[in-house]
Ligand binder design. Structure first.
Ligand code: AMP
Length: 433
């Protein structure tokens, strides 16, 4: 199946082929005809599946088929809502790239940067607006934005939008739109909340669901280093240095922890950037650009800041701390091995995190191999079957069988849980509300 068989116009096909895309991804194959038919869509697809082109291409085509009369003021006809600034910027970039041969205008608005240039751009008229919810409402309250002509609404990463507490903002925005419109909702998971939301927003939607291009369990080589908490930073520097890693995304739990780790890595002589919610937009853009162009070796990030980052073929992801929510582990490691390339996800796990590790392995439906780096041997073993028992409390025979040999892929026994599909739990008890 080629892009031309999907019914896209010559201008769009040209832009797509300039991107070097040869074939549509599964989500594109399924979504594009549905959107072109004017139907509502409920799509289960994550970042990395090609979903952005999946809604952007047909949306551009539909708008172009009924152009605004020459000279008439351009009003927002397509609104794309997305949870984070980075995602908004990336979608806008995609809209601009794919729409380069069409006479449509797009802009992006998000918080953390001055509002006046955004007001000015809106005043000049746009067809497609990509926005984060908070800033969009600010613009509405400043009467800088009229949403009465919106024909197509896209809710991107809807589950993240709910996780981040945007539900009320989203509802307020929807109340500002015309009742008759086409709605497209993309979400990585179909929790009860997402189903409820789609029930309210979508009209007789076509539902599609696709797996990640890199089903994490298969393509990403995942390993766990058992290490004392206070040795983690040193181990990370050692792994980066000895493995000559060039591009490493490191996840930590807190903004404060991110800053501290970045300072320490810099002191170890590693070029490091930081990405978290307290950084100014300028600092975040700079850190990301440095990371993408190879000037920055390690990018330390919190989960929210890293969500939806489109960094191609990231070779190494490190969980400096395990996430509290097991599903976040899946999102984190999904950053590696994009576009079919394989990647490595390394978790540095101390004894305090053993329950988090057990929860992650339960979601993955498999045990992760344990490694111990020479010189970093911990005083415990990560035995997730007995998570409450430190090694010192185990009988000596258990100690030996559970200890991974230094620098060897000491695989734990075959999973006792069975099953191999990677299916993030949809509405687990630990989910953020
Ligand atoms: P997304 O899931 O929309 O964030 O897209 C993930 C990545 O896949 C982006 O870097 C896109 O440029 C790329 N991509 C999208 N569609 C295709 C395609 N049909 N063939 C190859 N790469 C693609």
């Amino acid at each position: 199946m080629s892009f031309s068989q999907l019914g896209l116009s010559a201008e769009l096909l040209r832009a797509v082929s300039e991107q070097g895309y040869e074939r549509p991804t599964p989500v594109q194959k399924q979504a594009i005809p549905v959107v072109l038919n004017g139907k509502d869509l409920l799509a289960g697809a994550q970042t990395g599946t090609g979903k952005t082109a999946g809604f952007t291409l047909p949306l551009l085509q539909l708008l172009n088929e009924t152009p605004t009369a020459p000279g008439a003021k351009r009003m927002v006809r397509a609104l794309v809502l997305t949870p984070t600034r980075e995602l908004a910027a990336q979608i806008h970039e995609s809209v601009t790239t794919y729409g380069k041969y069409l006479p449509l205008r797009a802009t992006v608005v998000f918080g953390g940067v001055g509002i006046s240039p955004q007001i000015e751009r809106l005043r000049r008229g746009v067809d497609i607006l990509v926005a984060t919810p908070g800033r969009l409402l600010d613009l509405v309250s400043q009467r800088a934005l009229d949403l009465s002509q919106v024909e197509i609404l896209v809710l991107d990463e809807a589950d993240r939008m709910l996780d981040m507490g945007f539900i009320h903002d989203v509802r307020r925005i929807i109340n500002l739109l015309p009742r008759k419109r086409q709605n497209l909702l993309f979400s990585a998971t179909f929790s009860d909340e997402i189903r409820a939301l789609s029930g309210q927003i979508l009209h007789a939607p076509v539902t599609i669901e696709v797996a990640r291009r890199n089903a994490a369990a298969e393509l990403v080589n995942q390993v766990v280093y058992a290490v004392e908490k206070e040795k983690k930073r040193e181990l990370l520097s050692y792994l980066v240095g000895s493995g000559r890693w060039k591009q490493v995304l490191v996840f930590v739990r807190t903004k404060h922890g991110a800053d501290r780790l970045a300072r320490q890595l810099e002191r170890d002589g590693i070029d490091t950037g930081v990405l978290h919610g307290d950084k100014s937009q300028g600092a975040r853009t700079l850190a990301l650009a440095g990371f993408k162009n190879g000037k920055v070796t390690v990018l330390v990030a919190t989960d929210i800041a890293a969500r939806g980052l489109d960094i191609d073929q990231l070779p190494h992801v490190v969980n400096f701390e395990l996430p509290n929510i097991p599903e976040d582990y899946v999102h984190r490691i999904g950053r590696t091995g994009r576009a079919g390339a394989s990647g490595e996800a390394v978790s540095l796990v101390c004894l305090e995190e053993i329950k988090l590790l057990a929860a992650i392995e339960q979601v993955l439906k498999k045990d992760l191999p344990r490694l111990v780096a020479p010189g970093f041997e911990p005083s415990f073993s990560l035995n997730t079957r007995n998570p409450n028992l430190p090694r010192s409390a185990l009988p000596s025979s258990t100690k030996r069988t559970n200890e991974a040999a230094p620098h060897r892929n000491a695989r734990t026994p075959q999973s006792r849980r069975g099953g191999d599909a990677l299916r993030p739990k949809q509405d687990g008890p630990g989910r953020r509300r």
